[in-house]
Design a binder for this molecule. Structure first.
Ligand code: SIN
Length: 279
């Protein structure tokens, strides 16, 4: 297959031109794409037109599908694919903007998803970008004393942290029973494929740090978040119609921007891929 892989920033993101994910991809091409995914953490496939079922089979190039936690957002005829939309509302009538505030997906799972895939279906005329921060670089950029301080620390992750400014949409009964109440993950994890270390925190899900008073834990987590979200660690994705974006949750935080005209629809399909226990 004749396709190009072009960097989108100095450190994160690559744009793939010349691959039609609705068609079979051979082993050598798949291996090259997978290497690019591990090296660049975000891959952007332009001009894709995939039905939900085509999307599911395309993402299997990169791994096994992970069942997402809140089935309220599942597509009825293809439930492993969920939707992301600005047209839902909390029970109190406030608009729900999925993905606002930096986070990594479903870190409250024992084996959180290694990757998330979004495929744009409808986009606002402008805005609604997704921002990523590279947590490998953020880790590398920490002062040695802080790296030493966080080495060996572990955090407790839950569906909805009581400290989070963003509220998740509540889970229904069957979903609630199918996920653990809390899981413990290291604050520094090692990428299983590149061997690089990354800060692994999640303001939406982290309830506390094991063995640390809340006040100290929150101060440390805020310091790590402030450090990690500095512009030099960011890649900001401006969506184009037909984009399919896959990113590596093991070494990125991301956030959606609700900065556009809410009379316009922002609607994407989302799939996640199975990951390992973070170590
Ligand atoms: C998400 O956090 O999964 C959604 C991100 C986005 O809508 O850009």
């Amino acid at each position: 297959m004749d396709y190009t892989v072009a960097p989108l920033s100095a450190h994160t993101g690559a744009e793939i031109h010349g691959v039609d994910l609705a068609r079979p991809v051979g082993d050598a091409d798949r291996a090259r794409l997978y290497r690019a995914f591990v090296e660049r953490s975000v891959l952007v496939f332009r001009e894709q037109q995939l039905s939900p079922h085509q999307l599911l089979s395309a993402v299997r190039l990169f791994g096994e599908v992970f069942p997402q936690h809140n089935s309220r957002f599942a597509l009825p005829d293809c439930p492993l694919v969920h939707y992301i939309s600005n047209q839902d509302f909390y029970p109190d009538g406030k608009r729900y903007i999925p993905g606002e505030g930096y986070h990594t997906d479903h870190s409250n799972a024992l084996c959180p998803p290694k990757a998330t895939v979004l495929h744009a279906v409808r986009l606002p005329d402008s805005g609604g970008d997704t921002q990523y921060v590279n947590m490998h670089l953020a880790y590398d950029g920490l002062p040695e004393a802080i790296r030493h301080r966080i080495s060996g620390l572990r955090a407790s992750h839950v569906y909805q942290s009581r400290h989070s400014a963003r509220k998740m949409m509540a889970l229904g009964e069957p979903d609630r029973n199918s996920i653990p109440d809390a899981v413990i993950h290291p604050i520094v994890r090692t990428h299983p494929e590149s061997g690089r270390k990354a800060i692994y925190i999640n303001p939406i899900r982290v309830e506390g740090i094991v063995g640390m008073a809340d006040e100290d834990a929150l101060a440390l987590l805020a310091e790590l978040l402030d450090h990690s979200t500095q512009p030099q660690y960011q890649y900001r994705h401006k969506w184009e119609r037909g984009d399919l974006v896959i990113w590596d949750n093991r070494c990125l935080l991301h956030q959606a921007n609700g900065d556009y005209d809410m009379n316009q629809v922002r609607y994407l399909h989302r799939v996640m891929l199975q990951g390992d226990v973070p170590v």
